[in-house]
Write a protein that binds this ligand. Sequence first.
Ligand SMILES: Cc1cc2nc3c(=O)[nH]c(=O)nc-3n(C[C@H](O)[C@H](O)[C@H](O)COP(=O)(O)O)c2cc1C
Length: 194
Amino acid sequence: MGAGSLPALAAPGGKKVTVITGSPHRRGTSFLLADEFIRGVREQGAEVFRFDSAFRRVTACSGCDRCGLGAAPCVYRDDMFELNPHLLESDLIVFCTPLYYYGFSAQLKLVIDRFYAINTQFHHGRRAVLLATAWNSQDWTFESLVSHYKTLCRYMDWEDAGMVLGYGCGTRSSIEASDYPKEAYELGQKVRIS
Ligand SMILES: Cc1cc2nc3c(=O)[nH]c(=O)nc-3n(C[C@H](O)[C@H](O)[C@H](O)COP(=O)(O)O)c2cc1C
């Protein structure tokens, strides 16, 4: 997939942060990481836009290529049209997902695939954060997710600004008893946002 040189429709600036979640559980484990990260990042003055993809209307990219990787709008007029301007204005993009079969949840992956329609403008000059939870706690639990995330950052030419990987966090009570919420809060407090 190439990245052309079309002018940006909007540029990152200020202290805008977009958080995209992928869980269908409002009282779940990964939402706790998102909540705590947002609490921390707001303390340093960030303007946060949160997009809970499981509760939004996001159509799967059909690969029709009518967008031309950002030359024209996507044919699907769904909630991505609300999200896209926030993505393009944000210095920091936060991915928050439960581990589903060792990758992003489908709900979040739908959103990532739809980056295709803003691909050209969305390249360069941003940072990203990964927040994730999993039931399992083997040392290889997050290997494939982290590899995907890092490859995405590499392709997009974004800097990885940090990760919180919640091993053994299959239930709300298990994550509440762990240090991961604090880790997410502290990452929010210290991550560079502009
Ligand atoms: C469809 C599905 C797939 C899952 N796949 C994995 C997996 O591959 N590895 C793992 O450790 N946990 C897996 N889990 C467990 C979830 O990652 C875990 O329960 C997580 O805490 C759920 O996050 P949430 O409460 O934010 O939704 C899976 C759960 C579901 C529903």
